[in-house]
Design a protein around this ligand. Structure first.
Ligand SMILES: [Zn+2]
Length: 731
């Protein structure tokens, strides 16, 4: 019998002291935990400039108190001050009159024991500020000042200017002095998206002194100037973040600064670096539009977890209809909002429910928030997670997502076909949902033996751009008994896209690059050469659909092929649709056993093709591969029964919690979920770690205890039905 990775680790290192691991709260015995690290619910009413005319602080705080929130975010200042500011060039709301709306709201919140975070905006200022301090503002290449797209009377501030080091600190200090809030939050800054290039005199000087040359025209990762700019830019964000955090704590040592991040799978700024400066990570992923799948919120949770190590992560839920187009003042359907909130908590984040405007005409959003938050409050201890129980890690390939084939252009292209780099991970993600696997994301810059230790398997969905050190960490992981799955161009380039002579991981893949990426192909196939556990369950076929693109790889030893490439042949006209070659010696997959480790490498872009085509064969090929890498029965949780669902399992303060999100819905891949289609009965097998005993099993949504059987392989239960979401608490 081959050893499992866990047994191998135990045998080889004896007793190990784990000081930190993914998903684990950093616990120190004698420092009290900051208030935001134990916060479970959060609300935000976003004021508009006219709100001082009508806003009723007590009515609003009664609503937030009914949600049992720990904290509310209230507009302090920045673009518009909602208090009688004395800071020059900070614009007071024209409608403020004799009111101090922020102060009144703070008082109403405190009366109800709710903490207050001042919501700020550092991104724009008025003409008056521009006249006095033109150096605060971003410029275009021609020297003109940048204006807000929809509100041209507002001007974009430059983060390299003293607006960020003098004006914003002056505003924070004034608010601190008068109200001593529990934190500051900046809307829209720094974000995780693409870097801005500013041509203001300050930025030109930075280019000259620190980078050399002039600001680039494009954000081309291939350009050495852009790479230096990226480093300077990330350094500036870190410096501002740290300084604002210090200023936040000048008056109230428990206070904190939190920036605005998010972006779900799409990030360009280095989230690992951002996670290092953030005491609290706020993910501004409020909803979805177009073809975004419903599970996008859970994806956001996983990205944030991959850099936060169990520290506080909030996710903003837009209670308004933030589809395409956006309706800021219309409620999102209750079912969509509920499933979004459910993903926030299932993935270990804290929900932050958000509405815009102090005098809503549409109040349908209120009750879904109240119901969900009330339920959360009733079951609070079960959402205090200690660690994830997953044994599968998915590498979050940030460099690939940020820069893969960008070449400085907006469109990413592969042999002239426009591609979207998140589709590689989306395809793998979908296969993991269908396969009901528990998994975590691990950021590529976090590939240390310590962080990889809990995982038996590491999955690399076209992680094309990897550092040498990251390739080495993966190699060491395999040497220590870990198993890997990799696809397409994984390790073909360094983190900026400079091509290597061969795969950085060629020794693990067992094949070498033999040519460029070829495709796109329709009508290409994979030949099944001989039986293999991964190829079980396909039924009466000897071929599988082939990927749209593939890396040409060299032949492997005759007689060792499991799957081989059948070259593309025409799609039209039908008379011409026949294979010119029935099979080749070029592998379409490599399945290897190296000591205690297993390796699956697919030279095709199988993950992306699976996502775009929806091919059940390709999804099954990925899912079977993961199953084979996991070895039989190694999964801590097994859920059987019909339906598309996502599962999370956590060790919690009272025991363990298994979260099941029901995505079985005609609106799963476009907005909006408007009703639920219950699934069940589901059979669940749960193996508690280290043989811990379970004395009670309770479904927290349905609110009932379940009978269970405790067998050698774990606890067996039957969940009668899951409507929207269920949390099964094992205590
Ligand atoms: Zn600038």
């Amino acid at each position: 019998m081959p050893m499992t990775r866990r047994e191998f680790m135990a045998a080889s290192v004896g007793s190990l002291v784990v000081t930190s691991a993914p998903g684990m709260l950093a616990e120190t015995s004698n420092t009290p935990k900051p208030w935001y690290s134990i916060m479970r619910r959060c609300g935000q009413i976003n004021f508009n400039e006219t709100d001082p005319l009508t806003m009723d602080p007590n009515a609003w705080m009664d609503y937030w108190a009914s949600l049992k929130v720990d904290a509310v975010l209230l507009n302090g200042g920045g673009i518009v001050a909602f208090y009688p500011t004395e800071v020059r060039y900070q614009h007071r709301s024209e409608f403020l009159g004799s009111r101090d709306l922020f102060g009144e709201m703070v008082a109403a919140a405190r009366k109800r024991d709710i903490r207050v975070v001042a919501r700020m905006d550092c991104n724009y200022a008025y003409q008056e500020a521009l006249d006095a301090h033109p150096e605060w503002f971003e410029c275009n290449r021609d020297g003109s000042v940048r204006r807000a797209a929809e509100c041209p009377w507002l001007f974009k501030t430059c983060m390299f200017s003293t607006y960020f080091t003098e004006q914003m600190p002056a505003i924070y200090r004034e608010i601190n002095q008068r109200y001593a809030p529990d934190g500051f939050f900046t809307n829209g800054w720094p974000g995780t998206g693409a870097l801005e290039i500013c041509y203001c005199p300050t930025c030109r000087k930075i280019y000259q002194d620190q980078i050399g040359g002039v600001p680039p025209e494009s954000t081309d990762a291939q350009s050495p100037v852009y790479r230096k700019y990226y480093a300077v830019y990330m350094e500036r964000i870190a410096e501002i973040w740290k300084s604002w955090n210090e200023i936040a704590r000048e008056k109230n040592r428990d206070s904190v600064y939190v920036g605005n991040l998010g972006g779900a799978l799409r990030t360009v700024k280095d989230v690992k670096r951002l996670g290092e400066v953030a005491a609290w990570f706020n993910a501004d992923h409020q909803g979805r539009s177009e073809n975004t799948p419903i599970w996008s919120c859970a994806e956001q949770g996983r990205v944030a977890q991959s850099v936060m190590d169990g520290r506080t992560i909030t996710n903003v839920i837009g209670a308004y209809s933030d589809s395409q187009p956006v309706w800021r003042h219309s409620s999102k359907p209750a079912a969509e909002a509920t499933l979004w909130m459910a993903q926030v908590v299932a993935s270990g984040m804290v929900p932050w429910y958000h509405w815009l405007g102090g005098s809503p005409q549409d109040n349908r959003w209120r009750e879904p928030g109240r119901l969900f938050f009330d339920w959360l409050a009733q079951n609070e201890p079960h959402f205090r997670n200690r660690r994830s129980l997953s044994k599968i890690a998915v590498l979050y390939p940030q460099s690939t997502i940020a820069f893969y084939r960008s070449e400085g252009k907006h469109d990413r292209r592969l042999n002239n076909m426009v591609i979207d780099p998140v589709e590689y991970i989306e395809g793998l993600y979908y296969a993991l949902l269908e396969g009901r696997f528990l998994f975590d994301f691990i950021h590529q810059e976090n590939l240390t033996p310590e962080r990889l230790r809990p995982y038996d398997v590491l999955l690399l969905p076209n992680a094309a751009y990897l550092r040498d050190s990251e390739c080495q960490a993966i190699r060491e992981y395999v040497a220590s008994g870990g198993s890997i799955f990799a696809s397409f161009e994984t390790s073909r380039y360094d983190e900026w896209g400079t091509e290597r002579e061969d795969f950085g991981l060629a020794d693990l893949f067992g094949v070498h690059v033999a040519g460029d990426v070829i495709g796109p192909f329709q009508n290409s196939y994979i030949h099944m050469d001989r039986p293999h556990p991964i190829l079980e369950g396909f039924g009466e076929t000897r071929i599988l659909p082939g990927p749209e693109f593939r890396v040409s790889v060299g032949h492997i030893e005759p007689g060792t092929l499991d799957l081989s490439v059948i070259p593309y042949y025409p799609v039209f006209p039908p008379e011409m649709v026949y294979p010119r070659k029935p099979r080749t010696q070029e592998p379409a997959a490599v399945f290897r056993e190296l000591g205690n480790s297993r390796v699956v490498y697919l030279p095709g872009d199988v993950c992306r093709t699976a996502w775009r085509s929806g091919s059940p064969d390709l999804i099954q090929l990925i899912s079977n591969s993961v199953e084979w890498l996991m070895r039989q029965n190694a999964a801590p949780v097994k859920v059987t029964g019909k339906g598309l669902m996502e599962i999370f399992a956590w060790e919690t303060e009272p025991g363990f919690a298994l979260h099941i999100l029901n995505y079985t819905n005609p609106n799963a891949t476009r907005p909006f979920i408007r009703e639920f289609y219950p699934i069940g009965p589901l059979r669940v097998q749960f193996a508690p770690p280290a043989g811990k005993k379970v004395s009670r099993v309770r479904t927290l949504r349905a609110g009932r205890d379940l009978p269970f059987e405790q067998r050698e392989r774990g606890v067996q239960i039957e969940v009668p039905a899951v409507r929207d979401y269920e949390v099964i608490a094992f205590t």
